[in-house]
Design a protein around this ligand. Structure first.
Ligand code: SF4
Length: 408
């Protein structure tokens, strides 16, 4: 099989992995005329993966052969897809060719598991090692690692990559037992724990001035939403644990969509993309707005509402805490107002030192007045308690009606 055919198969097979954003990576440059692959010192072009999520990265599988049989995966061993495998040298060559043509600024490399976890991991590491050591490649590298691989190999991957990730796939072991019988939650968490210690160690050494240290700066994971019966509370509980105990940079939520020749135990329909979106919003609230998981999905509401965002849903469940007085509300309280983000909260805190804030001031800050008015009292506005308490408030935020498609 020629390289072009392999590329067609293995780039397509990689599109199901969403965990490839590059935020927070260490920047390198090649302005001194040596090395290749800097995204900082020259023009950046973008190439889009077929699913449209991953920009500027060559996103590939080393192989789509796999000895595991995860039901939701098109590459599982019982699937009837065309198989292909790159050699590490072929991936290196492709990455450099794509980079030199200005198509990409880095590589996202994952793989099915061939022969054994260690064998596969060795090949992934070899690609990253050759790029960095033989070709002085300074672009971004994200390596997918395999929890069952030896800790030494995962550590080596972290040495050459900017970001490493281990996919959790499903938030609870019972779902893994059913849909990905070879995967084990405890083993994945153990591997994440070891990576966390190495990342902490590397961060400390960097803080102490070790500028030459080469080590990944973060780890991430992906979960599939809607393939099993897990609730949004299950997903967010797991994410909260991963952020707090394993210091993950990101948990990526990927709405399940049926694959060709699907397993009979999978849902026949795709999960709503809006559910994936709401989970990202809830995740954001936990990471940047000080919310606890239990506030976002209380015991009696384990799934997020689809028709309103989770911050508004929380505010409506806690109407007694509003309206807030803009003169006295704390930063933490303001962050909980629907329509206010961290940047506007800082601006408001700054502005109120000099003046009594009025609605016009908020308008000038581009605060969405329609959204915040019921929740905030300003110098010239006192929200009506009746409106806040009535169900009419929901109408204010209800999504605009859409013309339905005649044919679908
Ligand atoms: S281990 Fe990865 S590639 Fe193999 S079947 Fe499972 S999800 Fe697919």
């Amino acid at each position: 099989m020629n390289l072009h055919d392999k590329l067609a198969i293995l780039a397509d097979a990689a599109k199901y992995d969403a965990s490839c954003a590059s935020s927070g990576a260490q920047r390198r440059d090649s302005k001194n005329g040596t090395g290749v692959g800097s995204a900082g010192g020259m023009g950046i072009c973008h190439s889009y993966a077929p699913d449209g999520r991953c920009i500027s990265l060559l996103k590939l599988l080393l192989t789509n052969r796999c000895i595991y049989d995860c039901h939701y995966c098109i590459n599982r061993r019982s699937s009837n897809v065309r198989r292909a495998a790159f050699t590490p040298d072929e991936v290196v060559r492709l990455t450099l060719d794509f980079y030199k043509r200005n198509y990409i600024e880095g590589l996202f490399l994952s793989s099915g598991i061939t022969r054994s976890a260690d064998h596969t991991m060795e090949q992934l590491v070899e690609v990253a090692r050759t790029l960095r050591e033989t070709h002085d490649f300074r672009g971004y590298i994200h390596l997918k690692t395999i929890p069952e691989a030896s800790p030494e190999l995962i550590e080596k991957a972290a040495k050459y990559a900017d970001r490493i990730s281990l996919n959790l796939e499903l938030p609870v072991q019972t779902s893994l037992d059913r849909l990905a019988p070879e995967k084990n939650l405890a083993r994945t968490k153990q591997a994440m724990g070891r990576i966390r210690l190495k990342l902490d160690d590397a961060a400390e050494r960097r803080k102490q001035g070790d500028r030459k240290l080469r080590h990944a700066t973060g780890q991430s994971t992906q979960v599939i939403v809607g393939a099993d019966a897990s609730t949004d509370a299950d997903f967010l509980t797991r994410s909260e644990e991963l952020y707090q105990s394993y210091r993950l940079r990101r948990v990526y939520y990927s709405a399940f969509s049926p694959i060709p020749e699907p397993s009979a135990i999978l849902p026949a329909k795709p999960a709503p993309l809006l559910r994936e979106h709401r989970l990202y919003q809830a995740d954001w609230l936990m990471r940047f707005y000080g919310f606890q998981r239990s506030e976002i999905t209380p015991l009696d509401q384990p799934n997020l509402a689809l028709h309103i965002d989770p911050k508004l849903a929380w505010a409506l469940r806690n109407r007694a805490l509003f309206p807030l007085d803009l003169r006295t509300a704390t930063r933490e309280q303001l962050l909980r107002v629907p329509g206010l983000g961290p940047r506007n909260v800082e601006r408001i805190l700054d502005l109120r030192r000099h003046t009594f804030i009025r609605l016009d001031d908020l308008r000038r800050l581009r605060v969405p007045l329609g959204k915040v008015r019921p929740f905030l009292a300003t110098a010239d506005h006192r929200p009506s308690l009746t409106e806040l308490e009535s169900d009419r408030i929901l109408a204010r935020f209800a999504p605009k009606p859409e013309q339905l498609e005649l044919f679908c």
